[in-house]
Design a protein around this ligand. Structure first.
Ligand SMILES: *[C@@H]1O[C@H](CO)[C@@H](O)[C@H](O)[C@H]1NC(C)=O
Ligand SMILES: *[C@@H]1O[C@H](CO)[C@@H](O)[C@H](O)[C@H]1NC(C)=O
Ligand SMILES: *[C@@H]1O[C@H](CO)[C@@H](O)[C@H](O)[C@H]1NC(C)=O
Ligand SMILES: *[C@@H]1O[C@H](CO)[C@@H](O)[C@H](O)[C@H]1NC(C)=O
Ligand SMILES: *[C@@H]1O[C@H](CO)[C@@H](O)[C@H](O)[C@H]1NC(C)=O
Ligand SMILES: *[C@@H]1O[C@H](CO)[C@@H](O)[C@H](O)[C@H]1NC(C)=O
Ligand SMILES: *[C@@H]1O[C@H](CO)[C@@H](O)[C@H](O)[C@H]1NC(C)=O
Ligand SMILES: *[C@@H]1O[C@H](CO)[C@@H](O)[C@H](O)[C@H]1NC(C)=O
Ligand SMILES: *[C@@H]1O[C@H](CO)[C@@H](O)[C@H](O)[C@H]1NC(C)=O
Ligand SMILES: *[C@@H]1O[C@H](CO)[C@@H](O)[C@H](O)[C@H]1NC(C)=O
Length: 698
């Protein structure tokens, strides 16, 4: 029997098992369901599919705990019971091993990676070395010398695993009792001892993560359209969500397009991240450090920006990891008069990138190409000098990289693709990323040193100001002062602008440890409280249907930090008006009724209305707006649909027993066919009221 049919039969046996006799109580004794099933899923772009999936009925294999790379030989050549389900300790989750498993995939039915309970030493980034290589500003036509990371490779440690395609399922397991059960099962049954062949029964694992979409985005969008007319079952969805923005002065958001006499300074950060596994993307340095800094800066400026000449425009872009979904859409909307301001309104851009302080230095990046225009160059110099004066007296220094170095991957590049706009991107690295764990599951609270003394309660952690919070508060102070000067504020006022370390700490705790805390519960409307979680925020963008957790958190935080409490009724607040006759305020402001806190002697929360300029704007790639699914300019990423993601381990008996089970299964199947046939053909006798022709049963 060849391997493939072997695998097929195993699948068939269990397929029958599940469909036929799955409610059998014996199952509970044999199977151990895995409790944490974190999986890698299928994503598609204009030309490729990436990620992983199982076959329709799930993939089954004999467990093999890989002990070293040499041990792979057992899996790929010498082992007697393929296909294997390979268990990897995370140190072995390397490109070299994964590519060998990929090429031997007829003997590999899946991989489970055991996530360690603390971060590994050294580097690990499953991302590419040149993130968003094809959709930034540095194309061949912009400057051939800078295209494709020629010169500056931003993420040299990137092994690209997140962008490979695997035709077997890959799961992540927490290092807990589940994993212990698996290890034990392997030790007891499957481990070759003294070179002998392990005997049946063997311990096996089944992983189920079947994905509906195949090939590429154009193919799956076409299938969506076809399916839609037959039955509304979609196979894939565009990655998409919402950008969050707010302005330091109210802007009419109903009147789109150019605003006369309006000059805005854009202050931007990104709102997303990813890792190899779709539901774990802690993005501590890559997303949270920048957005927390910008939020703290917005708070520091809340009372001082009303009189300034220019408007500060805080924006948080979603989906930047996947070819700049959010920023490309905002620029597209600005170009098409679909946004509150247009590109002519933009004075300059200040973007906060990865700013977790690894040493006490930050780097001010700018674009060498647009600076060849002397007026752009002059504005960039002014912004740089505003930043430098904003940093005086703070505990870190600002430096500039080499004048010929291009911008790192950043949302600002999307603005530059439209036209030369002066701007600076602040980062914690000179050239290659300082982040050792870029777009991986290890870019987490531990990596940013957000840690607390042992034995603190959640409440105490919320109040405990870590060194990281102090450092980021300084960065936020510098950003706030620079924005203030950039918007035309007086230099003498600068020293009074100060970001709050306590607030930075609360935000870091909420994003990196848990958003379900007493502080955040006050800031959100009661119908959203189920979105708060007791784990770190997952910064993966997700698909278009619902706003993701980070978007909601930032939306309500920004409203609290920049808005004001107004004394109006809940009804008016939820209808976006200040009194029954008010029809105009909704153009300038948005209103939310938040839960608030419970007073000391009550358990009932006292809600209130927050008025702010916070808005959401679509972060869906223009490629989907234009229905250009093979676009080279815009992000075309879609995510496949799936039915369920589960895993379990069990003992497989010998082949003989499998064949017997198969026989019994087929027997049961045939019997039930015969029975159905008999019943339906005699239906008019058995069920005398039935008047349907017997053939309709099929
Ligand atoms: C799609 O993704 C693959 C894998 O990362 C990449 O090689 C390819 O260039 C992408 N296609 C486009 C059009 O960006
Ligand atoms: C793990 O197993 C140990 C002992 O077998 C038990 O005490 C502990 O409660 C288990 N933990 C979980 C999370 O099930
Ligand atoms: C999974 O969770 C269930 C219910 O919480 C528990 O009974 C079972 O022991 C857990 N499985 C393992 C392997 O820990
Ligand atoms: C494996 O071999 C060693 C030495 O050859 C022997 O001492 C040991 O008992 C053997 N183990 C088993 C389980 O047969
Ligand atoms: C975290 O702490 C370690 C040791 O103190 C230090 O080397 C590292 O740079 C710190 N990282 C950050 C992001 O602060
Ligand atoms: C520089 O850019 C500005 C607008 O960004 C444009 O009006 C001006 O003509 C450009 N100057 C040169 C020398 O290209
Ligand atoms: C959040 O925490 C509260 C207790 O403070 C708990 O009752 C609630 O179930 C938690 N919500 C979620 C979504 O876990
Ligand atoms: C912000 O939230 C705090 C509670 O932490 C509350 O006291 C304050 O009034 C809120 N401010 C606004 C403008 O919503
Ligand atoms: C809010 O408005 C109501 C009615 O207009 C008034 O009675 C109440 O005192 C106000 N509350 C505050 C805190 O101003
Ligand atoms: C307890 O609540 C009542 C009204 O329900 C209020 O009058 C009183 O001041 C509250 N006491 C304290 C200590 O907050």
């Amino acid at each position: 029997m060849d391997l493939l049919s072997n695998k097929l039969i195993v699948n068939l046996v269990f397929g029958l098992f599940f469909t036929g006799v799955s409610c059998n109580s014996v199952e509970n004794k044999i199977y151990v369901n895995l409790n944490y099933t974190i999986s890698c899923v299928r994503l598609l772009n204009a030309t490729h599919q990436i990620g992983c999936q199982s076959s329709l009925s799930g993939d089954v294999g004999v467990l093999h705990l890989l002990e070293s790379e040499e041990n792979l030989d057992w899996v790929l050549r010498t082992g007697h019971n393929p296909p294997y389900m390979v268990i990897l300790e995370s140190a072995l989750f390397t490109r070299s091993i994964m590519m060998k498993l990929k090429s031997g995939s007829n003997r590999v039915s899946g991989v489970a990676v055991v996530a360690p309970s603390s971060n590994p030493p050294g580097d690990f980034s499953p991302h590419t070395t040149c993130p968003n290589e094809n959709t930034g500003v540095y194309s061949e036509s912009y400057d051939p010398a800078l295209a494709h990371c020629n010169g500056t490779v931003w993420n040299p440690q990137g092994n690209g695993l997140s962008y490979e395609e695997f035709d077997f399922p890959i799961f992540s397991l927490k290092d807990d009792n589940d994993t212990q059960v698996i290890r034990q099962c392997f030790m007891d049954h499957n481990r070759p001892v003294n070179g002998s062949v392990p005997q049946y029964p063997l311990c096996a694992m089944q992983l189920y993560s079947h994905m509906s979409a195949v090939t590429d985005t154009a193919t799956c969008m076409r299938r969506n359209d076809i399916n839609f007319s037959l039955n509304p079952e979609m196979v894939c969805d565009p990655l998409g969500d919402y950008n969050v923005w707010a302005s330091s002065k109210p802007l009419n958001n109903t009147a789109k397009g150019h605003k006369m006499n309006e000059s805005v300074v854009i202050a931007a950060a990104r709102l997303d991240s990813r890792s190899f596994f779709f539901d774990i993307a802690p993005g501590a340095d890559s997303a949270a450090s920048g957005l927390v800094t910008l939020l703290a800066a917005a708070h520091a400026l809340r009372n001082v920006t009303a009189q300034l000449n220019r408007t500060i425009f805080y924006t948080f872009f979603q989906g930047e990891t996947f070819d700049y979904i959010g920023s490309s859409r905002m620029v597209y909307d600005m170009e098409n008069d679909q946004f509150a301001v247009d590109l002519n309104n933009i004075h300059s851009v200040l973007e906060i990138g990865q700013v977790g302080l690894h040493d006490s230095k930050l780097w001010l990046h700018s674009d060498p190409v647009s600076k060849r225009n002397s007026s752009v160059n002059e504005e960039v110099r002014k912004l740089m000098s505003n930043l430098q004066s904003a940093a005086t007296g703070l505990n870190f220094s600002l430096e500039e990289p080499d004048v010929t170095q291009p911008l790192p991957p950043s949302s600002f590049q999307q603005f530059l693709r439209a036209r030369p706009i002066p701007g600076v991107v602040i980062e914690n690295h000179q050239s290659r990323f300082a982040n050792r764990f870029y777009e991986s599951m290890f870019d987490n609270a531990e990596y940013l040193n957000v840690s607390y003394p042992p034995n603190l309660t959640p409440e105490e952690k919320l109040e405990f100001v870590t060194d990281t919070a102090k450092a980021l508060a300084e960065v936020a102070t510098m950003v706030a002062r620079a924005l203030y000067a950039q918007a035309g504020g007086e230099e003498t006022q600068l020293s009074s602008i100060q970001a709050d370390p306590q607030l930075v700490n609360q935000m870091l705790y909420s994003f990196l440890v848990q958003s379900n805390n007493s502080w955040f519960q006050q800031l959100i409307p009661s119908d959203l409280k189920s979105h708060l979680t007791n784990k770190p925020t997952n910064f993966y963008i997700g698909v278009n249907q619902q706003t993701s957790e980070p978007t909601l958190l930032v939306e309500y935080l920004l409203a609290n930090l920049t808005g004001s409490v107004i004394n109006i009724t809940k009804d008016n607040c939820q209808s976006n008006r200040e009194n029954e006759d008010d029809k105009d305020s909704k153009h300038m402001y948005s209103y939310v009724w938040v839960q608030g806190a419970a007073p000391a002697n009550s358990t009932e929360r006292e809600g209130f209305c927050v008025r702010s300029t916070v808005r959401l704007s679509k972060a869906l790639s223009p490629a989907f707006e234009l229905r250009e699914y093979t676009s080279k300019n815009y992000s075309t990423w879609t995510e496949s649909r799936w039915k369920s993601i589960t895993g379990r381990i069990f003992l497989v008996a010998s082949h003989d027993l499998e064949m017997l089970t198969l026989g019994v299964g087929i027997g049961v199947l045939l019997t039930s066919f015969l029975l159905t046939y008999f019943i339906s053909s005699k239906a008019d006798i058995l069920f005398s009221s039935s008047r349907e022709p017997t053939s309709a049963t099929y």
